[in-house]
Design a protein around this ligand. Structure first.
Ligand SMILES: Cc1ncc(COP(=O)(O)O)c(C=O)c1O
Length: 395
């Protein structure tokens, strides 16, 4: 079956956060992380059928959605989860916030590795916790976790580490040994390890020049499968956050989940969510079940499209905008562009004036200054138009 990743859906007038930011202006929005693709046909059909039923009462995570989720976790991620490990949320941002308030007390510390998705940095403060950041280390062109530095940043008040794998915005898929090392450190220090894996199904594999890769992201001689923290032996103290929303482009349907094997950790999270997080959107469950049950062929086709976009982006930057540095990225549709050699104070502002709306790296914490994040989850023609505008801005 072929899927349409070339049409340009007109999202104006739908209340789109991404598009309305630039309403009435000739700016291509390439910032917030949703894609300019229609969701898989199986999701659209399941939603239409549910709409036809016509009654939209409070809805529980029923067997259809939990069954599809447990099967997806088993088949795609090798995670042997039980349905009662799942705690449902209307999004992973609420989940991050609940996790911050579930452990410790006012003034305790929550660690994150920067640059990182901005809610990792704001969530601790919303619960009167302190956000403590440790920079990711650059080893040549590869972003890595400096475990010694992470350990040095832990204090008796450190309660939680929020970890992002695959990492937004640097695009690393951390290896099993990297994840293990961080989990072991957390276990030894009594720190809750919370792994945000919302991008787990968007592994693209290595860059084209270093060898091709198949639709699983496995490249020649290089297995780039995402290894979930929930599949690792020490998982019992971990919280893993996942959702179908990035992969199947359904973030507006507000449906995400935490996978929490340990009953006491799970209870702490449920208690912190009491009264704040109520039932998840009925349509979100429908989309989640359909995506996990039937969406795999579409996901594989999407990965091919995103991989092609990523490789085209790298070629364009190398040939036409060589003062911008793009390090190898392995997952997500978010590219982290190092603009520090451009000699401009505000690269996001420069490109916005030229008609391309990017995310400003300064919002991603220490280390983000001088970077912009570009969302290439869109038809290739739109990506190339944006890149031509950026090239013109630099000329
Ligand atoms: C790492 C990460 N976590 C969470 C989210 C947002 O999750 P949600 O829309 O479920 O709140 C994003 C969105 O870009 C993300 O990149």
């Amino acid at each position: 079956m072929t899927f349409d990743f070339e049409s340009l859906p007109d999202r104006r007038g739908t209340g789109s956060l991404k598009w309305d930011k630039y309403a009435g202006r000739d700016v291509i929005p390439m910032w917030v992380a949703d894609m300019d693709f229609r969701s898989p046909p199986c999701v659209i059909e399941a939603l239409a059928s549910r709409v036809g039923h016509g009654v939209f009462g409070y809805t529980e995570p029923h067997a259809e959605v939990t069954g599809a989720t447990v099967a997806w976790l088993r088949d795609r991620h090798g995670v042997d989860a039980q349905a009662d490990w799942l705690v449902w949320f209307p999004g992973l941002v609420p989940a991050l916030n609940v996790v911050c308030r579930a452990f410790g007390t006012s003034g305790d510390e929550v660690l994150a590795l920067t640059p990182v998705y901005p809610p990792f940095l704001t969530a601790p403060g919303f619960s009167d916790r302190l956000s403590v950041t440790v920079p990711l280390a650059l080893d040549g062109d590869r972003w890595e976790v400096d475990v010694a530095r992470l350990e040095a940043a832990m204090t008796p008040r450190t309660r939680v580490l929020i970890f992002c794998n695959p990492h937004n915005p640097v695009g690393r898929v951390f290896t099993e040994s990297e994840v293990r090392a961080v989990m072991e450190l957390c276990r030894a220090r009594g720190v809750v390890f919370c792994s945000d894996e919302i991008h787990a199904d968007l592994v693209l594999g290595p860059m084209a020049p270093t060898g091709g890769s198949d639709a699983e992201g496995r490249a020649s001689g290089h297995d780039m499968r995402h290894v979930s923290a929930a599949a690792i032996g020490e998982a019992s103290h971990a919280i893993v956050l996942m959702a179908p929303s990035k992969t199947f482009n359904t973030p507006g349907l507000s449906c995400a989940f935490a996978l929490i094997p340990d009953p006491s950790v799970r209870m702490a999270v449920r208690r912190a969510a009491r009264g704040l997080i109520t039932e998840v959107n009925a349509m979100g469950y429908v989309a989640c079940a359909a995506a996990f049950r039937e969406g795999e062929p579409w996901r594989r086709a999407l990965i091919d499209v995103l991989r092609g976009n990523r490789d085209a982006l790298y070629r364009f930057v190398a040939e036409k905008m060589p003062t911008i540095r793009l390090r190898p990225m392995e997952a997500t549709y978010l590219a982290w562009l190092d603009c520090r050699d451009l000699g401009v104070d505000d690269p996001a502002g420069l490109f916005e004036k030229a008609g391309v709306g990017l995310s400003d790296g300064r919002h991603f914490g220490p280390g983000g200054e001088g970077f912009v994040r570009l969302n290439f989850g869109c038809p290739r023609s739109r990506l190339m138009e944006a890149l031509r505008r950026m090239e013109a801005a630099l000329a």
